[in-house]
Every structure is written in structure tokens, then in C-alpha cells.
Design a binder for this molecule. Structure first.
Ligand code: TMP
Length: 224
């Protein structure tokens, strides 16, 4: 079994219908076959408390949730999963694959709802206790393509129901974040499943290899 000293945290991000639900299980299986211990989870949710909060946020009945309330509810679910699941499993050396993490808050609540980005960053930082992913994968999809995919699935929640302009702002927000931060890989998710899968595995392999070489290098220089 391959063991990583401080674990490795990957989050998959993207707008509605970008294909995360299709690709996460495949990536998990792929990394397990390579010998890693992999723990998949999702946000909001991934803990009993988080799943209850998810139901409140996504309930189509809750049309009167204020964007700030919505932002805080996502952070409440997040602090729970970080402390109950993610941090302990990283300490065990596991790879965590998160179907969304705090970048979703920056994209949806920050850019989508046009809230004060600095304030949103502060909240996110508080909720995660400063934990940052090692690799973030953006499955970038055109809003119309994503919405068509979503409409033909049986999942439809309060966030999906936001207007097209909201989702365009979310997409632009994601691209803007990815442009300025090397932890991101952007994949064209308008492509078919096989192409996306190929790009995804290629990206993950490269980054993981770099990370493992870095850890090995640090270990060797500490032994000297
Ligand atoms: P999904 O599990 O189908 O991706 O749905 C989660 C929804 O929640 C999606 O519309 C994005 C939204 N979301 C936010 O708006 N902010 C967040 O911080 C997170 C984690 C999700």
C-alpha cells in the first residue's frame, strides 16, 4: 500500500452538469488500483450534520434564504467535515477526493451571488482552519451544455434553479481563480466522457508524481 506522509487532498469543482458525479468514482477506483488509500466525500455533506445542512440549503421550498445565511450554512457543513473527516484522514496518509470544497463557496456565493469576496475568503478560512487542497480540478463546462445535462438527470435543487446569469458568473469566477493559482488544473468538460477521463487521469498522475518526488526529496535531505 502506498503511504503519503501528510495525505493528499484533491477537490473537483465546476458548474452544474460538469460531470463530477460521473468522474469521481472512476478516479477513486483508479487511485485505489495504484495502491493508495482513497477516501471520497462530498460537500455540502459527507457527515451526518453536513447532510442535514445540505437538505436545508438545497430544499426548493427555502427560497427566502439570504445569500449570507446560505454562505454561513455551507461553512457550518464544511467545518464539520474538515475536523471530523478530512484532517484525520490526511494525517493517516490517505488521499481525499472531495466532490466540491471551499472553491465552490468563492465561485457560487462570492462570484455568483456577488458578495464581498474578501469577506467570503475570511469565512472560508475560518471554516477550514486554513486547510488548502494539494490539487484542484476544474471541470469547465459551458453553462448551456451543463444545464441541458442537469435537466435530463433526476437531480434538481435550489442552486440549479438559479438563473443563467448567476451560473455564468460562477463559471467566470472559477476560471478567474484557476488562472492565478498553480494548484488548479482546468479540463474541458464539454468533451465526451472518455476524453475528460483521459485528461483527468493525466493531470492527476502528473501532480501526484511531482508531489511524491517532492516528499521523497525532503525526506532524503532531512536524513543527510
Ligand atoms: P452537487 O452536489 O450536485 O454539485 O450540488 C451542490 C450544489 O451546492 C451546487 O449547486 C453548488 C452548491 N454549492 C455552493 O453554492 N457553495 C458551496 O460552498 C458548495 C460546497 C456547494
Amino acid at each position: 500500500m502506498q503511504k503519503l506522509n501528510d495525505g493528499f487532498l484533491i477537490n473537483l469543482e465546476g458548474g452544474e452538469g460538469c460531470g463530477k458525479t460521473t468522474h469521481v468514482p472512476y478516479l477513486v477506483e483508479y487511485l485505489r488500483e495504484k495502491g493508495f488509500t482513497v477516501y471520497p466525500t462530498r460537500e455540502p455533506g459527507g457527515t451526518s450534520i453536513g447532510e442535514q445542512i445540505r437538505d436545508v440549503i438545497h430544499d426548493l421550498k427555502n427560497v427566502d434564504i439570504h445569500p449570507r445565511t446560505e454562505t454561513l450554512l455551507y461553512q457550518a457543513a464544511r467545518s464539520q467535515i474538515v475536523e471530523q473527516v478530512i484532517r484525520p484522514k490526511l494525517l493517516e496518509g490517505q488521499i481525499i477526493i472531495c466532490d466540491r470544497f471551499y472553491d465552490s463557496t468563492i465561485a457560487y456565493q462570492g462570484f455568483g451571488h456577488q458578495q464581498d469576496i474578501k469577506a467570503v475568503h475570511r469565512l472560508v478560512d475560518y471554516a477550514t482552519g486554513g486547510l488548502t487542497p494539494d490539487l484542484t480540478i476544474l471541470l469547465d463546462v459551458d453553462v448551456e451544455v451543463g444545464q441541458r445535462r442537469k435537466e435530463s438527470s433526476d437531480e434538481w435543487n435550489r442552486m440549479d434553479a438559479m438563473d443563467k446569469e448567476f451560473h455564468e458568473r460562477v463559471r467566470k469566477g472559477y476560471l478567474k481563480m484557476a488562472e492565478v493559482d498553480a494548484r488548479w488544473i482546468v479540463i474541458n468538460a464539454n468533451n465526451g466522457i472518455q476524453e475528460v477521463r483521459r485528461d483527468l487521469l493525466e493531470g492527476v498522475n502528473k501532480r501526484l508524481e511531482l508531489f511524491l518526488n517532492l516528499v521523497e526529496g525532503v525526506k532524503k535531505s532531512a536524513e543527510r
